[in-house]
Ligand binder design. Structure first.
Ligand code: GLN
Length: 220
């Protein structure tokens, strides 16, 4: 979304197909790694800590970190409600690990309300303390070949609503990636490997959302 020049900028940018702007919520967690991957796949990437920065984004990533802290800081920085409003308005958002927890409507054991926009339940620290970090090779819908995934005190996703599509599961069937419209949740951290394909997938989603918005704008 352009804050300064209205939809004409969006049209030009989308026609060029490159200058999409992806924000990474940069209050806590591993936001710098996401920025590097976004730049690698050709997106403009900015850190988001203010409303003005949020309004500049065509899509947003909420990184891994500590969901209790991210929830507190969103409230303290007065970004919780503006972010919910932009998501209602169609902003594509991808949450990794703590970010996925923030997107879920239902999170047992979170001491603040999450953003609460995806029709899923997310169990925090679902793999227990002893094996709270592990790696696995996953099949992911939309990505060719396997993806090496890093899980760190990771959550699992359950009770998916009707409109939520499973993108990846562990061998035991537990869901670790899913999508609901423009919202994407992963239990693992694609930002912590050298593989940028998941970021490419999200940037593509954001481009499609922009193009769709412009088609709607053109026919309105
Ligand atoms: N366990 C953390 C939480 O509940 C998430 C860990 C992570 O993002 N790597 O917020």
């Amino acid at each position: 979304m352009s804050t300064t020049m209205g939809s004409s900028v969006g049209t030009t940018r989308d026609a060029a197909g490159s200058e999409v702007c992806i924000g990474v919520l940069a209050m806590q967690g591993d936001f710098a790694e996401h920025i590097r991957h976004l730049q690698h796949v050709g997106a403009r990437a900015i850190e988001v800590r203010t409303l003005a920065q949020l309004n500049e984004c065509d899509g947003l990533i909420i990184p891994g970190g500590e969901s209790t802290t991210i929830a507190r800081l969103l409230l303290a920085f007065d970004l919780m409600e503006p972010l919910r409003a932009r998501i209602r308005d169609g902003l594509p958002v991808w949450g990794t690990c703590a970010g996925a927890i923030m997107l879920a409507k239902h999170v047992p054991a979170l001491d603040r309300p999450p953003i609460g926009v995806m029709d899923i339940t997310v169990d925090r620290n679902a793999f227990g303390r002893q094996i709270d970090s592990f790696e696995a090779d996953l099949d992911v819908t939309g990505i060719e070949g396997q993806l090496h995934a890093v899980f760190i005190r990771a959550p699992v996703i359950r009770d998916l609503g009707e409109r939520v599509e499973v993108l990846s599961q562990l061998e035991d069937g537990r869901v670790v990636a899913c999508r609901e419209g423009g919202l994407l949740a992963t239990s693992f951290h694609p930002e912590l490997t050298a593989d940028s394909r998941f970021h490419g997938l999200f940037v593509q989603m954001v481009r499609e959302a922009l193009a769709q918005r412009e088609r709607r704008g053109a026919t309105a």
